[in-house]
Design a binder for this molecule. Structure first.
Ligand SMILES: Nc1ncnc2c1ncn2[C@@H]1O[C@H](COP(=O)(O)OP(=O)(O)O)[C@@H](O)[C@H]1O
Ligand SMILES: [Mg+2]
Length: 328
């Protein structure tokens, strides 16, 4: 039997988030639907040029938070400003400055790709000539120039998502809000979308607010994260800070460890079980190596601790809070 012990390289440090004026400031932000506190007094700030991630299980309050930022639903209590403007008073001005990619596809299925962009450009009162130029430019950006005349219903899920992103960029917003931009897409398509978003940030310094339940997406795209559950903040920080605050850098993961108890370890090793796996965390691989001889090699992996570890540690193995029907 071959050994399958993987030693992955230590994660590289992320560059510090851009220190700049706040684009979004929330204090005690609250949204109540009937008896349900969908968002329950949360505080956060998003800085200019930053990619800010909202993580949390279904029903945590991510979409509701984003809809309040986008001035699509009023707050119940608290304070929220976008670009220095109070969402309660300046909804229209704020909406004109931000781009929104909502969780559900809401493209017009009867129109062509190009028409979808042109019709939307009218909402933002873009002059016709400008709308045409932007449409050509954005279709090239999302790699869909060839599909300009295709009807939306002929597009793949990934193309629809890319078109949603292009549409949100028509009026050159300074802030782009993306609600689960890659949910349900296959890994290759997700990678393409990440690349586009990274390019956008590099080229335009756009501020991004992204909700996701993919930890690799959050780790790759986001400078800072807010983990929420049942409308409350559970943890906040950069991906590396969150990992470092909960775990040391390396993890020894033993899948299907069965009913065997965790091995006893030194104070420098943190041990826990999760979904039938044993996990040990330590600052160096050396502290974990001795444990490996107690386990069968094929199911034992030495790897960097990651955001998934953090998320599962905070939120638990069943990241589902029960969905109720939305009456929008
Ligand atoms: N329009 C709505 N009417 C009533 N309840 C809602 C509405 N939108 C969301 N909720 C409830 O608020 C909570 C948070 O939902 P949501 O913000 O969609 O969470 P997430 O995006 O993190 O999955 C859930 O319990 C959800 O059922
Ligand atoms: Mg949602």
């Amino acid at each position: 039997m071959s050994t399958e012990i993987e030693i992955a390289p230590a994660p590289r440090a992320r560059e510090p988030a851009v220190k700049a004026e706040p684009v979004v400031e929330a204090q005690g932000l609250t949204k109540v639907y009937g008896m349900r506190r969908a968002v329950d007094a949360i505080d956060f700030t998003v800085a200019r040029g930053e990619a800010f991630g909202l993580l949390g299980p279904n029903g945590a309050g991510k979409s509701t938070t984003m809809r309040m930022i986008a001035c699509r639903t009023p707050l119940t209590a608290g304070a929220l400003s976008v670009e220095g403007l109070d969402v309660r008073r300046a909804g229209r001005a704020i909406r004109s400055m931000l781009g929104v990619v909502s969780q559900e596809n809401n493209l017009d299925p009867d129109l062509s790709v190009r028409q979808n962009l042109l019709v939307y450009a009218r909402y933002f009162h873009l002059p016709r000539a400008r709308a045409l130029t932007k449409t050509v430019e954005l279709l090239a950006f999302i790699g869909m120039s060839e599909r300009a005349d295709a009807r939306v219903e002929e597009l793949s899920g990934g193309m629809k998502r890319r078109l949603m992103i292009a549409r949100a960029l028509l009026h050159e917003p300074r802030l782009l809000v993306l609600d689960e931009p890659t949910t349900g897409l296959d890994p290759q398509v997700r990678q393409e979308i990440w690349q586009r978003l990274e390019e956008l940030r590099r080229q335009t310094g756009l501020t991004l607010i992204i909700s996701t339940h993919y930890m690799d997406e959050a780790e790759r795209l986001c400078d800072r994260l807010l983990i929420i559950g049942r409308g409350r903040v559970l943890a906040a920080g950069s991906p590396r800070e969150l990992i470092a605050a909960r775990f040391a850098h390396y993890a020894l993961e033993v899948r299907d460890a069965g009913a065997a108890p965790l091995l006893s370890t030194t104070a420098h090793v943190r041990a826990l079980t999760r979904a039938g796996a044993h996990l040990y965390f330590a600052a160096t691989p050396d502290a974990l190596m001795p444990l490996m001889k107690h386990y069968p090699a094929p199911r034992t992996f030495l790897r960097p601790a990651n955001l998934e570890d953090v998320f599962l540690d905070i939120v638990g193995d069943t990241p589902e809070e029960g969905l109720t029907a939305h009456d929008e």
